[in-house]
Design a protein around this ligand. Structure first.
Ligand code: CTP
Ligand code: MG
Length: 384
C-alpha cells in the first residue's frame, strides 16, 4: 500500500438481532449470493479502491470460510480480522488491522448495504481530497418528532435533519486516532467521532437504494427488487405393469395397472423435481437420489420434491408457478386433477393458484398411445 491508497473497511461482525432469524443477515442469500459477497463485490469493482478489509465475528468463521470459497475475485481482499461486541469496536479493530499497511484514506461501510453504487463510492473518495471526513446523507421527507416513551415531546425542523449512510470516508490517521481516543463509546456511526472533534464533515447526497438491510421487511424488499425469473423443465416416463393403482402428485389413482419404478414411481413429482432442479442449476433427480441406492426403494417421491424445494429456498428463491402436463390414454384424470393440484401446493407450501395440472393424450400414437406407459412434462418458473 502507498500513501495514495484507498481502503474499504467492511464491518460484518454483527449478530443481526433485529432480523430475528438464526442466520446473521450479512450471510443471508440475496438473489443467489450472500449479502456480504455483494457488498464486497461493489468495492472490488471500484477502480479507486485498492484494498478491502473485512471484519467478522469470531463466531461466524465457518460461514465466512464458506463464502470465501465462492468469491471469484479475491485480488483486493486483505486477511480477515475479528470484530468486537459493538459496531464501534469492530470498526476500531478493523482500523487496527490496517495500521501496518497505513493507507491514506479509508471508507467504512456496513456489510448490509449491498446496493452502494460505484458513483457514491467515487463521490466519497473525491470529497476526501480536501477534507478529512465525508458522509452520504439523505434529506427527510416525512415530518420528524422527538418522542419520550409513547408521548410526543416536540416537532423538529425537518429542513435541518438528514439521515446518514455509509460508506463514510476518512483520512486514515485521523479516524484511527479518534477511535483510539474514544474507545467504548458505542456510537452508531463514525462521523459521530468527527463531530466530537468539531471537524468539518463534507455532506454528500446519499442514495435511497443504499439502504441498510436491518429487518426482515428490508430483506424482502431487497429480494423482490433483485429477483429475476428463471425457468426449469422436467420430463419423466414410467412403464405400466400389472397393478391396482398409480401414484401421481402423491394421490393414489385406481387403475388396473401400476407404474414400474424404483421409488413409488410418481412420474408427476419426478418431472416437477427435475424442473425445480433445472431452474436453479442443480442437475437432475438422479444425481441427488441415485436409483442404485436401496434407500430410495419404494420411497415417497414427496421426499425428492421437498428436497428440491428446500434447495430453492436455501438460495433465496420461491416458486412463481408450476405447469404439469400428464400424457396418457388412461386412466382418465379429470376427477383427480384438483386433488393432485392441492396436494402439490400443500407439499411445497405455496398457493393452489400457482399450480396447474393438465392431462392429454397422444391420439393413440406411439408408446403412450399403445398404453405401454405414462409420461409427464413439468415446467416451473421461479423468482430468485
Ligand atoms: N457490526 C459489526 N460488529 C458489531 C455490530 C455490528 O461489525 N458488533 C456491523 C454489522 O455486521 C453491520 C453494520 O455493523 O454490517 C451495521 O450494523 P447493524 O445493521 O446494527 O447490524 P447488526 O448489529 O448485525 O444488527 P442488529 O443491530 O439488529 O443486531
Ligand atoms: Mg447493530
Amino acid at each position: 500500500m502507498n500513501q495514495k491508497s484507498n481502503v474499504a473497511l467492511i464491518v460484518a461482525g454483527g449478530k443481526g438481532s433485529r432480523m430475528g432469524v438464526d442466520m446473521p443477515k450479512q450471510y443471508m442469500q440475496l438473489s443467489g449470493k450472500a449479502i456480504l459477497e455483494r457488498t464486497y463485490q461493489a468495492f472490488a469493482d471500484n477502480e479507486n479502491i485498492q484494498f478491502i478489509q473485512i471484519v467478522i465475528s469470531k463466531e461466524h468463521q465457518s460461514l465466512y470460510n464458506d463464502l470465501l470459497v465462492k468469491l471469484a475475485d479475491k485480488a483486493k481482499l486483505l486477511p480477515v480480522c475479528f470484530g468486537g461486541d459493538t459496531r464501534q469496536e469492530s470498526v476500531s479493530l478493523g482500523l487496527e488491522a490496517l495500521t501496518k499497511a497505513g493507507p491514506a484514506r479509508v471508507l467504512i461501510h456496513d456489510s448490509v448495504r449491498p446496493f452502494v453504487s460505484n458513483e457514491l463510492i467515487n463521490k466519497v473518495i473525491f470529497a476526501l481530497k480536501d477534507s478529512k471526513c465525508a458522509v452520504p446523507a439523505l434529506k427527510i421527507s416525512d415530518s420528524v418528532k422527538e418522542i419520550e416513551g409513547d408521548k410526543i415531546k416536540r416537532s423538529l425542523l425537518r429542513e435541518n435533519m438528514v439521515t446518514v449512510q455509509t460508506p463514510q470516508g476518512f483520512d486514515f490517521e485521523f479516524i484511527y486516532k479518534l477511535h483510539q481516543d474514544y474507545k467504548g463509546e458505542n456510537l452508531s456511526d463514525d462521523t459521530a467521532l468527527a463531530e466530537l472533534m468539531n471537524e468539518k464533515v463534507v455532506i454528500i447526497e446519499g442514495e435511497k437504494e443504499n439502504y441498510k438491510i436491518t429487518t426482515i421487511d428490508d430483506l424482502e424488499k431487497a429480494r423482490s427488487s433483485m429477483s429475476e425469473t428463471r425457468t426449469g423443465s422436467g420430463f419423466d416416463v414410467h412403464q405400466f405393469e400389472e397393478g391396482e393403482f398409480i401414484t401421481l402428485c402423491g394421490i393414489k389413482i385406481p387403475f388396473n395397472k401400476k407404474l414400474k419404478g424404483h421409488s413409488d414411481a410418481d412420474c408427476a413429482w419426478h418431472a416437477l423435481t427435475d424442473a425445480i432442479l433445472g431452474a436453479i442449476g442443480e442437475g437432475d433427480i438422479g444425481e441427488h437420489f441415485p436409483d442404485s441406492d436401496a434407500k430410495w426403494k419404494n420411497a415417497d417421491s414427496g421426499i425428492f420434491l421437498k428436497h428440491a424445494s428446500e434447495l430453492l429456498k436455501s438460495k433465496g428463491g420461491r416458486i412463481a408457478n408450476i405447469d404439469i402436463t400428464v400424457i396418457c390414454e388412461k386412466p382418465k384424470l379429470k376427477e383427480f386433477k384438483n386433488e393432485m393440484r392441492i396436494n402439490t401446493a400443500k407439499l411445497l407450501g405455496i398457493e393452489i393458484e400457482r399450480v396447474n395440472i393438465k392431462a392429454t393424450t397422444t391420439e393413440k400414437l406411439g408408446f403412450l398411445g399403445r398404453e405401454e406407459g405414462l409420461a409427464v412434462q413439468a415446467i416451473v418458473s421461479v423468482k430468485i
